[in-house]
Design a binder for this molecule. Structure first.
Ligand SMILES: Cc1ncc(COP(=O)(O)O)c(C=O)c1O
Length: 395
């Protein structure tokens, strides 16, 4: 039986990262995977995480299962973080949450819930979107439609195209939106544009599904959640997949939450029972370590302040890298790279052809995706000149 299964090609992003890792060129630059790197090229552990972890280790008396919905302090803390204290949806008890294994686990549970409620619902995804959205949601049985999003010539959002396409979304369809720091393009909606999406959701009856994996890495924790908060005030129903992989650096601890904004409290509670049955089917119980750490940070004022400062520094460094990269690329190539500075979060397309991206890899050991998506956090003071010169040489 098993011998009928053939070897599959490696994941396109992880496969490329493995090739970059094996490259012996001392000048190599790896901008492939979406993991934050500090100035030394290391993905660091937050101080607040270390402190919470040390305290938890002292206190731990059991490795028994968590309750199926996860750690209460985590679920509560994440709701406050995403919605902000006093948000009307929270105040009205219309929001419920279940801990999930990372943002991916949250997306998957969200997809299971959509399929249970409306198996023929179409999920509208941006063009482009994070490629993992398709297998994560599609393997549940959901079908996709695409809406225009990124416009490569202006390097911005084609909002007119997006609106025109979303006019075809039907009542009960789901529109997947990146909460902030769009992956892969880094181009985000303005608050006014979020308002237009809310108008459309209200008028047409589609359900927003907000994937927010980079809160705090764009303009700040509050600013990055502003679109989601606006939607949650306006629409009757909405699903959210949140991740602590990037903003707490808890990648391998698989720490995330799926949230449901419902029409009333009873419905929000019913959704928890639905999510738990879906989780039982897929992975049974949530992992403890990351959620205990995140829950501790979010519920302890001193730790929370330390974490927020670290996150702000990280965000500031990335925005500084965006400015630096723009300047170096413009100096090396006399092309306009202003868009890099305007985009948010970890990713941007450099606007190169696939051929140019492959040349960079093969001739200069500069690794980015074929689409020329780069992880801005992979840039540092040691590689920025080489990177800019290499890019200029293939233009
Ligand atoms: C757009 C987007 N959504 C969700 C995730 C989920 O990440 P994780 O499952 O590691 O929390 C990622 C991670 O790269 C992402 O880029």
């Amino acid at each position: 039986m098993l011998d009928k299964l053939e070897r599959l090609p490696a994941d396109s992003i992880l496969g490329l990262a493995a090739i970059a890792k094996a490259d012996a060129n001392p000048n190599k630059v790896d901008l492939t995977v979406g993991v934050y790197m500090n100035e030394d090229g290391v993905c660091p552990v937050f101080k607040a995480v270390k402190m919470a972890q040390a305290a938890l280790q002292q206190e731990e008396v059991s490795k028994s299962y968590l309750p199926p919905a996860g750690v209460d302090a985590f679920n509560d803390g994440m709701q406050q973080l995403l919605f902000g204290a006093g948000h009307p949806a929270l105040r009205d008890g219309r929001v419920s949450s279940v801990q999930a294994p990372g943002g991916c686990g949250a997306l998957r549970i969200g997809a299971e819930i959509i399929f249970a409620a409306a198996p023929t619902a179409k999920v509208w995804v941006s063009d482009p979107t994070w490629p993992v959205h398709l297998p994560l949601l599609g393997s549940v049985g959901l079908e996709f439609e695409t809406y225009r999003y990124y416009e490569p010539v202006s390097h911005g959002v084609n909002f007119d195209g997006m609106v025109e396409d979303l006019k075809r979304a039907q009542t009960g369809d789901v529109v997947l939106l990146h909460g902030c720091c769009h992956n892969p393009c880094g181009a985000d909606l303005s608050l006014e544009q979020w308002g237009v999406v809310a108008d459309m959701a209200e008028a047409q009856g589609f359900v927003p599904f907000v994937d927010i994996a980079y809160q705090g890495l764009g303009d700040g924790l509050e600013e990055d959640a502003a679109g989601l908060r606006l939607l949650a005030e306006r629409v009757p129903e909405m699903i959210i997949a949140a991740s602590c992989s990037k903003n707490m650096g808890l990648y391998r601890e698989r720490t995330g939450a799926v949230m449901f904004v419902c029409q009333n409290r009873a419905n929000a509670e019913a959704l928890v029972s639905q999510a738990l049955v879906a989780a039982r089917r897929v992975y049974s119980m949530p992992p403890a370590h990351g959620a205990l750490i995140a829950g501790r940070i979010l519920s302890d004022q001193a730790l929370d302040e330390i974490w927020r400062t670290e996150l702000m520094d990280m965000c500031g460094r990335m925005n500084g890298l965006r400015t630096g990269l723009r300047e170096k690329l413009e100096a090396a190539s006399s092309r306009d790279f202003a868009f890099i500075e305007k985009e948010k979060g970890m990713f941007s397309f450099l606007g190169l052809s696939t051929k140019q991206a492959i040349r960079l890899r093969e001739e200069y050991s500069v690794y980015m995706l074929d689409s020329s998506r780069i992880n801005v956090a992979g840039v540092n003071a040691r590689n920025i000149d080489y990177l800019a010169q290499s890019v200029a040489s293939v233009l």
